[in-house]
Design a protein around this ligand. Structure first.
Ligand SMILES: NC(=O)c1ccc[n+]([C@@H]2O[C@H](COP(=O)([O-])OP(=O)(O)OC[C@H]3O[C@@H](n4cnc5c(N)ncnc54)[C@H](OP(=O)(O)O)[C@@H]3O)[C@@H](O)[C@H]2O)c1
Length: 262
């Protein structure tokens, strides 16, 4: 009873069990034919704001979070991560639903004509990635390495030889504008950033974030884990809550878009 009253008062609140997979795809679809890069960021956090557990995000994930995580990947043109996340989480290629990707393509919702997965793009100032890591050995499209002119040439050469496509998008760091311009050149506009906190902080500071999908895991962890965004300076950015999805296990899937203030 109380729950149904709450739901009436919160028209954008939904129960995950009421949704089919296609409903989730529709709810999280990117704006139609984005004319400019659209930056969606996805994170999972504990109730007390931790971004990781023992250095990885996996311990925070729940089945509901993983379900939406996969849908968000299915919908994206490119999955962007900072090198810290790629290293900590041993990133490989994105393995998405090829039938859905083909269907999305034919509906003008992104995807790929042949069902190919979105590309993985790693942002790194130093190009300090292991050429033998999963990023380069996993089957899938060539990883994009978005780096800087200051990155040691022998490292970028090594990563290119391992199969990476090297894109220089800044002098000593990659600006948000440089990152988005590089992706736009490759026709990648439906951007899904999976963190981590340093890259997200840079994107917030540059006012480049259009949307945040934040999963709150039903867990308190304490410890000295970080928050989902860090940057040298704060940049308050008003956001509007678009959607709250409640899972039976207590996971809350939230979706926030940038508030367009006058
Ligand atoms: N809960 C979640 O959903 C979630 C999501 C993602 C990550 N995480 C966690 O976050 C932790 C990693 O944190 P982090 O802050 O190190 O992650 P990060 O932002 O992924 O990585 C920081 C590194 O990325 C590169 N980088 C970021 N912004 C850059 C820019 N503007 N220009 C050039 N390079 C840039 C730099 O790499 P180089 O040092 O190579 O130059 C920098 O050292 C891990 O524990 C991971 O599990 C959690």
């Amino acid at each position: 009873m109380v729950r149904s009253v709450l739901m009436q008062r919160m028209p954008n609140a939904i129960q995950l069990t009421d949704l089919t997979h296609d409903d989730l795809v529709r709810l999280y679809a990117y704006p139609v034919g984005p004319q400019a890069p659209y930056v969606r960021v996805n994170f999972v956090t504990s109730i007390d704001g931790a971004v990781s557990l023992e250095g990885r995000s996996g311990g925070l994930g729940t089945p509901a979070d993983r379900q939406v995580f996969r849908v968000l990947r299915d919908l994206a043109d490119v999955v962007v991560v900072g090198a810290g996340t790629a290293r900590a989480e041993n990133y490989g290629a994105a393995h998405t639903d090829s039938h859905l990707r083909t269907r999305l393509y034919h509906h003008g919702m992104g995807g790929d004509a042949d069902g190919a997965a979105p590309r993985i793009a790693v942002v790194t100032a130093r190009a300090a990635l292991d050429p033998h890591s999963r990023l380069f050995t996993d089957t899938g499209a060539r990883p994009l390495i978005i780096t800087t002119a200051a990155a040691p040439a022998d490292r970028t050469r090594e990563l290119a030889e391992a199969g990476g496509e090297i894109v220089v998008a800044g002098e000593s760091s990659v600006s948000a504008a440089g990152l988005l311009a590089a992706l736009e050149t490759l026709g990648l506009r439906r951007i899904l950033c999976e963190g981590g906190p340093a890259l997200f902080g840079d994107l917030i500071t540059a006012r480049a974030v259009d949307e945040l999908c934040l999963t709150v895991s039903p867990l308190l962890v304490a410890g000295n884990e970080r928050r989902i965004a860090v940057s040298p300076n704060a940049m308050p950015t008003p956001m509007t809550c678009r959607q709250l999805i409640f899972a039976e296990d207590g996971t809350i899937l939230t979706q926030w878009t940038r508030a367009h203030t006058l």
